[in-house]
Design a protein. Structure first.
Length: 277
């Protein structure tokens, strides 16, 4: 699956500067980024090649880079039999009229994907969070319906530090059990019902017991994020679903997929809100 991911790797920033049309920030704190939005609780950045990440801000006021959340924009083709095909995009065709800045306000980025598909990404700061969306502006050579979707990869958020020596394993296990008592996940489905799936026991996140008919709101508390609370919300005429390795608990990592309802949102006005509070 190809996606437009947010990353902070310096090598990626060099590649971006050579290929992409989006400019680089002249800011030592955010090397390799085109746009960044930062608050006391989180930071969100996008690189010149369209890659994005959401960071919690630690107690020292620094972005927790190693536990960052990757955000990807997906161009999806839906075939008559219901299969989803993801189109590769070309970073070198990304462009925007907005200059690089430590601000994300009403940003529109235009791009080109496989089979001459054209698309627009929209990003803006809103009420302490980030609103994301976009649309396919030209289907190019594709005959089937196309949509712009978003994936959010929650990393392994196992609390505590990994024991350095064998004699520390029992102590670390007890500490982990203690910390896991505070790990929580809540979802609200598009039918108004709410659920609190276990975050500490193996569970299939894509099952009806978790994703239901589609998720309109999700909140999570994981100590690895420095006390920050995840809050994601799908606008009307869109929904989220979750995916993970069903043999593992959710704190070991999962992916949120946001998709608009193409029939109910023909103007592509639906958005996904991301916040860390």
């Amino acid at each position: 699956m190809n996606a437009i991911w947010c990353s902070i790797a310096l090598t990626a920033s060099v590649t971006s500067q050579c290929l992409a049309k989006l400019p680089l920030l002249d800011d030592r704190e955010w090397v390799g980024y085109y746009k960044v939005a930062a608050s006391k609780k989180f930071a969100f950045g996008i690189t010149p090649d369209g890659e994005c990440k959401l960071f919690a801000i630690g107690k020292e006021g620094r972005a927790m880079i190693h536990d960052s959340i990757a955000v990807g924009f997906l161009i999806e083709e839906v075939t008559p039999d219901g299969k989803i095909l993801t189109k590769s995009f070309f970073p070198e065709f990304l462009e925007s009229e907005q200059p690089a800045s430590v601000s994300i306000k009403d940003v529109t980025i235009k791009g080109k994907a496989q089979d001459d598909v054209l698309f627009e990404l929209t990003l803006t700061e809103d009420r302490g969070g980030i609103l994301l969306g976009g649309k396919v502006t030209s289907p190019g050579k594709v005959q089937n319906p196309l949509r712009l979707a978003i994936s959010v990869k929650i990393p392994d958020l196992t609390p505590g530090d990994k024991p350095k020596e064998e004699e520390d394993e029992k102590k670390a296990k007890k500490e982990l059990e203690k910390l896991l008592k505070g790990e929580r996940l809540s979802v609200k489905w598009i039918d108004g019902k709410s659920e609190r799936p276990t975050a500490t026991e193996p569970i299939d996140a894509s099952s009806a017991a978790v994703s239901g008919p589609g998720i309109s709101a999700l909140s999570g508390e994981f100590s690895k994020l420095g006390g920050a609370k995840l809050e994601f919300a799908a606008a009307p005429n869109s929904a989220m679903t979750l995916s993970n390795d069903p043999s593992k608990p959710l704190y070991k990592g999962f992916t949120v997929f946001w998709r608009p309802d193409m029939a109910k949102d023909p103007q592509s006005k639906a958005r996904l809100s991301l916040q860390l509070k």
